[in-house]
Design a protein around this ligand. Structure first.
Ligand code: 0X9
Ligand code: ZN
Length: 298
């Protein structure tokens, strides 16, 4: 976490004309949730890129920072296009207490760290105020998918929703992407019901373009579909809130490598960071191209 935060600060000093540091506020344990805004011109629509909501999914913060570095340094015209024509709000570690805990005590920790009776932490991706605790989450504080004592009981959830509520209109946030692992899935709403959202066909088409582009580089196979249909029912996720409550129309939750039958699960070797970063960059190029074509950023 210190390495990532130091790196963010360094980039902000290096690219001070286009990059600003954003501190969303403090976690339960008093750790800042830091991110950046990259804006190269006025009038862009905004993208919120979320990493590290689940502590043990280490490839998520790594991919968020890798991609930010691409936006800052790439000479590929398609990446330059993304960097120039969108405002990027990148938060690599939205659950800093949990992330720290996976380095210091328990590599497989998933939740936040706030105490609830005898157990600690809520699943931050079940704590948002969107069909909160209706399906695929638990009321038992000792379970890995504990929804929290109430919607937004975790300060880290509130930091995100406050920021989006305050900035959504002026920042024109039209895209929300949450990075997770593993299973190689490009998922969109809904999570809480099998019903299809109003723009299901568009999101499916955007997802299909993205995973097709992703597969071209190394042959990595992803699937796309709604959360409900391709992983399992779940409610109260950050993306669900962004889509349903904040009305952000292009909303994806991406499960990065490894494959669904991985035995290493959340443990990827460091030499996977670059290939995952490059294939997800390809996916993002296709995602934004298609969403643009469908009129989401006009
Ligand atoms: O369970 C989750 O939160 C996500 N899978 S993970 O293995 N990374 O924990 C996927 C489901 C996302 N669900 C909603 N946004 N509702
Ligand atoms: Zn996750």
């Amino acid at each position: 976490m210190e390495t990532i935060y130091d790196w963010l600060e360094l980039q902000v000093s290096k690219y001070s004309d286009v990059l600003t540091l954003i501190n969303l506020g403090n976690s339960y344990e008093g750790v800042p949730v830091k991110g950046v805004k990259l804006s190269r011109k006025s009038g862009n629509t905004g993208v919120f890129l979320e990493g590290g909501i689940h502590a043990r999914e280490w490839i998520s913060p790594a991919t968020a920072t890798f991609f930010l570095n691409q936006l800052l340094t790439s000479t590929n015209p398609e990446i330059i296009h993304l960097a120039e024509n969108f405002d990027w709000y990148v938060f690599p570690i939205v659950n800093p207490d949990g992330y720290k805990f996976t380095f210091e005590s328990d590599r497989m920790w998933r939740k936040t760290r706030k105490p609830n009776g005898l157990c600690r932490g809520a699943d931050l991706n079940r704590n948002f105020d969107s069909n909160w605790n209706t399906t695929g989450s638990s009321s038992d504080p000792c379970r890995y998918d504990f929804a929290g004592a109430s919607a937004e009981s975790e300060p880290e959830a509130k930091l995100i929703t406050n920021f989006i509520k305050e900035n959504k209109d002026k920042a024109r946030i039209r895209t929300y992407i949450a990075l997770h692992s593993y299973s190689q899935l490009m998922m969109f709403p809904y999570g809480h019901t099998a019903d299809k959202p109003y723009n299901y066909d568009d999101l499916h088409q955007i997802g299909t373009k993205a995973i097709t582009a992703l597969a071209k580089r190394y042959g990595t196979k992803f699937q796309t579909g709604s959360i409900h249909e391709i992983i399992y029912p779940s409610s109260g996720g950050s993306m669900d809130w962004a889509y349903e409550e904040a009305k952000v129309p292009v909303a994806f939750t991406i499960e990065l490598r490894g494959p669904p039958d991985s035995t290493d699960m959340f443990i990827l070797s460091a030499d996977q960071i670059t290939p995952v970063g490059l294939e997800i960059t390809d996916a993002f190029i296709a995602l934004f191209t298609e969403a643009q074509r469908l009129g989401y950023y006009n």
